[in-house]
Design a protein around this ligand. Structure first.
Ligand SMILES: Cc1cc2nc3c(=O)[nH]c(=O)nc-3n(C[C@H](O)[C@H](O)[C@H](O)COP(=O)(O)OP(=O)(O)OC[C@H]3O[C@@H](n4cnc5c(N)ncnc54)[C@H](O)[C@@H]3O)c2cc1C
Ligand SMILES: NC(=O)c1ccc[n+]([C@@H]2O[C@H](COP(=O)([O-])OP(=O)(O)OC[C@H]3O[C@@H](n4cnc5c(N)ncnc54)[C@H](OP(=O)(O)O)[C@@H]3O)[C@@H](O)[C@H]2O)c1
Length: 633
């Protein structure tokens, strides 16, 4: 059989005004007489409509449009192939297996197509969107959000770099809108046809010729028929997310407990919790959502935490999305210039003014930026109203409940909900390919196993940024697509290992030692790092002179994903406009029907503290430029 990567449909660049073009790539090193024979056989057997090799390059033929497809293949293509490529043909179009059709897998399909690769995406469920596709039932361990989940990162910061969410969508979207947005992006980029639903990947092994070619054998189980199917791919991208396998710790004497113990992984809605006494263990974002939602119907919710947490709001100063106010380049630069303890002191003071963590027994020993952000606007009122109360960790279970750390008395409860996070696992990959120890992985840029001889296996979406995950995942896909398409190389094994050590050292020094802090990256630095390597990082110095308005928006405004489409591979012509008009899309959903967004003319008296800080910060830079370039003339 002819490899299907050589048989894309006849469209796009194959046609031009004068006819049909076919590029043929000859590679004198590859002996592919067999391949040529197979191709000849295949082409002669084709009837009516069929596909041609899209990009077999070097010599190019053009035939008139009127020529019948069949006669083209038989009269022109075959003799041409035989004549010009007697030695060999090498397919340019690489086939890539993408595992998982969540936001990251779909982003991979899209960005890999942009680079001329041919993705085949295996998704174990019958749906797109990963955990953003809500389902009521607890389906065979497939994760989904709760019925009430809203995103905790705002829509503009978490957007696709080429397509802002519709202006009328709220800033913190309900999961149903998030799902619609993901689906819309997949349809727009024609990615859906690349997805093979009901295909659960069971193993990814080196192909027999791996040492020479770097190819992989991917085996999937058809979840409807039970059939196992294997295929060979040039490259593999694993995009299964890291919220698949629940972490379910077992506490002392848990077996005595007569109530129910469950994980947030299977907590979909609050039905059935009416008037129950519930313990929620863990104060990450799942713990927050579970405690807040359950407390609406439960008799009492005990929020149990072994070390407390800093809780950030979604609603920032003057009602703006919190991340859009604080995730900005100039603040990011200041954070790197100023001592870490000072930055934390200022941030903790601001956060405590709204909600004193000490008063509510939530104040941890660690600093505010030493944990993954826990976000909740509702927790303070739930604590004030007593529907949620904070407690220490669970010391041990009893028949009727639990005893919390620091207490002697038993607290009677009906249900314990473990909001204890997830375990990172890749059951379809052997340990000699990728090892996970205590949720820790060694991956170059959190993507590539450094010890493999070929850059043909990537793990995508396995990061936890200090901002939204979606643009970070997208940048990973773009970066990996450049490598897998051969347009960029990986550095040496030594360099990769040194970079991994540096990143792990950063995590070790900065974050609390916990299995939830093994994949932390800084939202801006990490995107800049990958963006710079593919040429997509905005050139701020150049912009400062050529487009000061845009420079100002990028430097002092929210760090929007569109900035990485101003230059580099596959730029988006709408990127500049999207950056300059982001505020309209933030304000639009808050307008009444018929009301139009209009910029208010802010007089001098209304200068905000933020503006003054920016000014104080920017003046020394301008002074520096001035003294460097204009003083000695
Ligand atoms: C409750 C919750 C809320 C979140 N909210 C936010 C938020 O507000 N903002 C944010 O930035 N991030 C958030 N996250 C992080 C979340 O990981 C990302 O939003 C995003 O879903 C990651 O996309 P993904 O494609 O990597 O993984 P997923 O969305 O998990 O998709 C993985 C896909 O792989 C499939 N799959 C798994 N195993 C296999 C296999 N063996 N074979 C084939 N297919 C397989 C799954 O069925 C699934 O479709 C949240 C996470 C959770 C758990
Ligand atoms: N609305 C939303 O957008 C939303 C909702 C839910 C989840 N999410 C995202 O989903 C991801 C997972 O969040 P998550 O909250 O499920 O997991 P998580 O961030 O890993 O938090 C796990 C929590 O459980 C605690 N824990 C773990 N093991 C424990 C043990 N053995 N005993 C006691 N406590 C233990 C951790 O405490 P330590 O800190 O002490 O380890 C932590 O408080 C995150 O990226 C999160 O942002 C987002």
């Amino acid at each position: 059989m002819v490899p299907s990567c050589l048989l894309p449909t006849m469209q796009g660049s194959c046609f031009n005004e004068s006819g049909l073009g076919l590029e043929i790539l000859c590679d004198s090193k590859t002996n592919s007489t067999d391949y040529l024979n197979m191709l000849s056989e295949h082409i002669s057997s084709l009837q009516g409509s069929f596909s041609y090799p899209k990009k077999l390059a070097l010599s190019m033929v053009t035939i008139p449009r009127s020529t019948e497809h069949n006669s083209f293949s038989q009269l022109i293509l075959l003799p041409l192939l035989t004549a010009t490529c007697e030695a060999s043909i090498m397919p340019v179009c690489k086939r890539v297996a993408v595992i998982g059709a969540g936001p990251c897998g779909l982003g991979t399909v899209k960005n890999f197509k942009d680079e001329g690769l041919e993705p085949v995406c295996f998704e174990r469920t019958g749906h797109l969107g990963g955990l953003w596709r809500y389902h009521d039932e607890d389906m065979d361990g497939v994760a989904s959000v709760m019925k009430t989940t809203i995103i905790n990162t705002s829509k503009e910061l978490g957007a696709c770099s080429e397509c802002p969410p519709p202006a009328e969508y709220p800033n913190y979207m309900h999961h149903t809108l998030m799902y619609q947005y993901i689906k819309f992006l997949a349809e727009k980029s024609d990615s859906v046809r690349h997805v093979k639903f009901h295909h659960e990947t069971k193993s990814i092994e080196k192909a027999d010729d791996y040492e020479k070619t770097g190819r992989w054998k991917v085996t999937c189980k058809n979840t409807q028929t039970g059939e196992l199917v294997s295929d060979i791919f040039d490259c593999v991208c694993v995009c299964i997310g890291h919220h698949v396998y629940p972490n379910e710790p077992v506490f002392p004497r848990q077996e005595e407990f007569e109530g129910k113990v469950m994980h947030t992984h299977s907590l979909k809605k609050v039905d059935g919790f009416e008037d129950l006494r519930v313990v929620v263990v863990g104060v990450g974002n799942s713990g927050m959502d579970a405690a807040v939602e359950l407390s609406a119907v439960a008799k009492k919710v005990y929020l149990s935490s072994r070390r407390g947490a800093w809780v950030l709001p979604r609603v920032g100063p003057r009602g703006h999305p919190f991340d859009a106010v604080f995730v900005r380049r100039y603040l990011h630069l200041m954070q790197h210039l100023l001592p870490y303890n000072l930055v934390c002191y200022v941030s903790e003071k601001q956060i405590n003014e709204r909600f004193n963590h000490d008063l509510y027994n939530l104040k941890p020993k660690h600093r505010i930026w030493s944990q993954h952000p826990t976000v909740s606007d509702t927790l303070p009122i739930k604590l004030l109203s007593g529907t949620v109360v904070t407690r220490g960790g669970i010391k041990h279970f009893t028949k009727k409940g639990v005893v919390f750390e620091g207490e002697q008395e038993e607290t009677e409860v009906d249900v314990v909900v473990l909001a204890t996070g997830y375990k990172i696992k890749f059951p379809f990959l052997a340990d000699d390919i990728l090892q996970v120890v205590d949720n820790k992985v060694r991956l170059y840029k959190f993507i590539y196993p450094p010890d493999l001889p070929h850059p043909t296996l990537a793990i995508l979406g396995l990061v936890q940024p200090s901002g939204p995950g979606f643009p970070v995942g997208e940048m990973q896909c773009r970066w990996t697509a450049r490598i897998m398409s051969g347009k960029m190389d990986l550095p040496s094994k030594e360099e990769m290992n040194a970079d991994i050590d540096k990143k792990l050292e950063f995590i070790r020094k900065r974050f609390v030692d916990s299995p939830r802090h093994t994949l932390q990256v800084d939202f801006i630095s990490y995107q800049d790092e990958l963006g710079e390597q593919i040429g997509a990082k905005p050139n701020l110095l150049k912009l400062a002179f050529t487009d000061p308005k845009l420079f100002w928006a990028i430097f002092t405004g929210p760090s929007l994903p569109y900035q990485y489409r101003l230059q580099g591979p596959h730029p988006w012509p709408g990127a500049r406009d999207a950056i300059l008009t982001y505020k309209e899309r933030v304000v639009t959903p808050l307008q009444r029907p018929g009301q139009k967004y209009g910029r208010r003319n802010r007089g001098l008296l209304s200068l905000s503290t933020g503006f003054l800080i920016k000014l104080l910060f920017i003046l020394p830079i301008l002074w520096l430029f001035y003294s460097l370039f204009f003083t000695n003339v």
